[in-house]
Design a protein around this ligand. Structure first.
Ligand code: KIV
Ligand code: ZN
Length: 387
């Protein structure tokens, strides 16, 4: 059966926790509008109690966004929830996101709370939020390092107090995809309300597994994925939502999932975040990197010229990126050089390439990329040598 997957974007909250990133309120509104166009289901616009600027941003996004759900983040405290109530007052659709850490290391070293106190806090905060919000997402922070039984108890407490979404946070990116499967198996077996609740995951990328963990969670019962555009976020960042969306699209056969993402807007939304965050996207970044649709080696270029599906599982057009490129360099083959020469107006065939290709190779040994102008120089040299 096809599953509907929701995308929860926290670029404006967890994404802004990236060192050196500080979006203005105007930029946050523009990002939220781009995210709405991209098709996310929920936008986490900030942490309203954290600062007057954060409050203002959540309020401005709530007013600017037309139909996407807007949420603010709240610790399990009344004051935080009150700030979310006020900041999201004008949102057409809203939820609140309440969290408290549940793992032993966080309970003992950070919160200085017993298990009983954490349970009481979950009950009190979620019940309080229930007076104001129909949709309440509860996150056990560091859920993946929490004792399995206590995780179930925390989740059951939140559900009984009114939570409608449970978000499993892999706060420090510790867990691997197989363990995510086991964690969800435990939840499916022990959380009585599992089928009536939306299960979400929030994966960090400390070991480079955030996207893989998000996808493994979808296979095991999660129907909401939290992350950020370009994977920005605290430390090594969050799950890159554009990668999750592309994986669900390319591997529809495997995940059997649909979503509301308008994939053609992907490059645009990635560019905006990169620009406002002042964080260039690495060239080799999946889906949105400058090299994601560029092929240099001779064998690959030859394959691409014969059938693009030999080396591309996703077309650049499908994510709104520029066309595939076959940059010419020292590893390029004669087929790609001939194709490029024909494209720029030289009518050359395979026989002519016997003279041209060695000249190309000599130049390619001295430069990383051979431009169209370089090709013209090469053709002049060949012409002179022949006459
Ligand atoms: O990483 C985390 O645990 C969080 C929570 C607030 C969900 O960002
Ligand atoms: Zn996080």
């Amino acid at each position: 059966m096809t599953k509907q997957i929701q995308f929860f974007d926290t670029t404006l909250r967890d994404g802004e926790q990236t060192i050196g990133v500080n979006f203005s309120v105007e930029q946050k509104v523009q990002i939220a509008q781009a995210l709405e166009k991209w098709g996310v289901d929920v936008i986490e616009a900030g942490f309203p109690v954290a600062s007057p600027e954060d409050f203002e941003a959540v309020q401005a996004v709530s007013r600017a966004v037309k139909h996407t759900q807007v949420t603010g983040l709240a610790r399990a405290r009344k004051g935080d929830i009150d700030a979310c109530v006020k900041a999201t007052k004008d949102a057409v659709n809203k939820q609140v996101h309440v969290f408290i850490a549940t793992s032993p290391i966080h309970r003992e070293s950070k919160l200085h709370m017993t298990k009983e106190q954490v349970i009481q806090s979950i009950h009190d905060s979620v019940s309080y939020a229930h007076q104001f919000f129909d949709i309440i997402e509860f996150s056990p922070e560091d859920a993946t390092r929490t004792e399995p039984d206590f995780l179930v108890e925390s989740i059951e407490t939140a559900i009984h107090a009114g939570a409608t979404v449970i978000n499993i946070a892999d706060t420090v990116g510790y867990t691997n995809p197989v363990e995510f499967g086991e964690l969800f198996k435990n939840l499916r077996e022990n959380v009585k309300e599992f089928d009536d609740i939306t299960f979400s995951v929030h994966c960090h990328d400390d070991l480079g597994m955030a996207v893989a963990n998000s996808l493994a969670s979808i296979e095991n019962g999660a129907t909401r994925i939290e992350g950020t555009i370009n994977g920005i976020g605290e430390r090594a960042g969050n799950a890159a939502l554009e990668e999750v969306a592309a994986a669900l699209y390319v591997r529809k056969d495997y995940y059997q999932a649909t979503d509301n993402i308008n994939l053609k807007e992907t490059k645009h939304v990635s560019d905006i975040i990169s620009d406002f965050a002042n964080m260039p996207v690495p060239h080799n970044k999946a889906v949105v990197g400058a090299n994601a649709f560029a092929h240099e080696s001779g064998i690959h270029q030859d394959g691409m010229l014969k059938n693009p599906q030999t080396y591309e599982i996703l077309t650049p057009e499908s994510v709104g990126a520029k066309k595939t490129t076959l940059p010419l360099g020292k590893l390029s083959g004669s087929h790609a050089v001939m194709a490029k020469l024909n494209k720029i107006g030289f009518n050359v065939d395979r026989a002519a390439m016997k003279d041209i290709f060695p000249v190309f190779k000599r130049m390619a040994d001295t430069k990383s990329i051979i431009s169209e102008d370089d090709l013209r120089v090469i053709m002049n040299q060949v012409k002179e040598a022949v006459h």
